[in-house]
Design a protein around this ligand. Structure first.
Ligand SMILES: [Zn+2]
Length: 130
């Protein structure tokens, strides 16, 4: 994750900004400019992503990307949030053998990593059992 990319994503990361299509009801996080073909882009309206949802699917990462290598193994989950919208986030505070598809989760703001050179603390969302 590059620093410019990280900062560009800040508004969504901090405020859970999403948007919703008034035509079909889909919720997008991060927000999208267009919905499905056939949906009027003008029908997209901002909304807030719910902070509770459930695990749709998950995977245990045994060898992480370099910057997360210290944390492996860890669980990444795709979660369907209440009211719509999906996030992919690290699932923490839960033993791997207790993770189940459909289990309730909530989003928490946690330290993601620390850049050793610059000493920058990066925060982002993780999910925990709800
Ligand atoms: Zn739509």
């Amino acid at each position: 994750m590059s620093v410019p990319g990280y900062w560009r994503e800040q508004p969504q990361r901090y405020r859970y900004e999403a948007n919703r299509c008034k035509s079909c009801g889909k919720v997008f996080f991060p927000p999208r400019r267009v919905c499905e073909p056939g949906c009027d882009p003008a029908n997209l309206e901002p909304c807030k992503l719910s902070q509770t949802g459930k695990v749709l699917t998950y995977t245990i990462i045994h060898i992480g990307p370099t910057q997360f290598a210290d944390e492996a193994p860890y669980a990444m989950a795709i979660c369907e949030m209440d009211g719509g919208g999906r996030i992919t986030a690290q699932l923490v505070d839960c033993p791997f053998d207790k993770i189940e598809v459909g289990m309730p989760v909530r989003i928490e703001f946690r330290k993601i990593q620390q850049d050793g050179h610059a000493g920058i603390l990066m925060y982002g969302y993780k999910v925990v059992p709800g």
